[in-house]
Design a protein around this ligand. Structure first.
Ligand code: PLP
Length: 285
């Protein structure tokens, strides 16, 4: 089946899904994005994703390209045309096409919109979750506004590649004080020896993950003790459990960090229970 990509008002075959050479997303990474899970053909937590998108656009003063209802229809139509049952839908909005100049172009420049959708292998993901993943740590080297979901992801790309080279699936950024910020494409969590769930507050040091927000609800429903605070790499090495959260991985157990086994080196009970209950708390529609 040929994949279909939405580009600026048109559904195009994958091989013809072009953006302009002077699109500011391409030239300057002057763009924001969202990734939503698709489950059973339905979008998961769309409302929260579109709210976060609005915030990212506002923070960068990129105009909203269309009303949320219209955007929602494009997301659903892209999912439908690509026959995605279980997978992800990706949305990117750039500041648009303009002659290359760092400062903003004229305010009537039309933002560009691209939407792709693709299937993920749910069984393969379940197998990975059953085994857990390895994580490495890398120095935090991103700009301070990682709370904005912008496509300026080069440090994340390099961190992920370093992880892959080391035989791991995720890299955790570590700030100058030795505290974990987040993963290259996920939020980071640990469970302490005394059973407390710990994750960094969603200040400007991390992206406020939608999965993270829902997992906080799941944890409350499961009466887990929660501490929203920074944790160090040293504390993570000693943790009973660790895991990451993101729209494409939901809750993914971490079984080693920098080659050191976490807990007993197998996925933890807390991570497994959060993963099991996640979709009962997420909004699906
Ligand atoms: N942090 C970063 C840097 C990410 O790229 C992502 C997702 O891609 C997340 C956190 C998790 O966010 P969400 O749960 O909304 O997917």
């Amino acid at each position: 089946m040929t994949r279909t990509v939405y580009v600026d008002g048109r559904y195009r075959p994958y091989a013809q899904a072009y953006v302009h050479a002077e699109d500011r997303g391409f030239q300057f990474a002057d763009a924001v994005y969202e990734v939503e899970e698709v489950k059973g053909g339905l979008l998961v937590d769309e409302r929260r994703h579109l709210e976060r998108l609005d915030r990212s656009l506002a923070e960068l003063a990129i105009a909203r390209p269309m009303a949320p209802g219209a955007l929602s229809r494009v997301l659903r139509e892209t999912v439908r045309r690509n026959r995605v049952r279980d997978g992800i839908v990706y949305l990117q909005i750039t500041r648009g096409v303009a002659r290359r100049d760092h400062a903003f172009p004229s305010p009537d420049t039309r933002p560009s919109v691209v939407v792709t959708a693709r299937s993920l292998n749910r069984d393969a993901n379940e197998r990975i979750a059953a085994e857990g993943i390895a994580v490495i740590t890398v120095p935090e080297n991103r700009w301070p506004r990682v709370d904005i979901k912008s496509v300026s992801l080069l440090p994340n790309v390099l961190a992920k590649e370093a992880a892959r080279t080391a035989g791991a699936r995720e890299a955790w950024f570590v700030d100058r004080d030795g505290f974990v910020t987040e993963g290259a494409s996920s939020n980071a969590w640990i469970v302490t020896r005394d059973g407390k769930l710990v994750t960094r507050p969603a200040d400007h040091g991390i992206l406020r993950g939608i999965t993270r927000t829902v997992v906080l609800d799941v944890a409350a429903a499961q009466n887990l003790g929660l501490e929203e605070r920074r944790f160090s790499v040293a504390e993570a090495y000693e943790a009973r459990e660790a895991f990451v959260t993101s729209a494409s991985q939901i809750v993914m157990p971490v079984v080693s960090i920098d080659g050191r086994p976490i807990g007993n080196g197998a996925p933890g009970l807390v991570a497994n229970a959060l993963r099991r209950d996640f979709h009962r708390h997420a909004e699906t529609g």
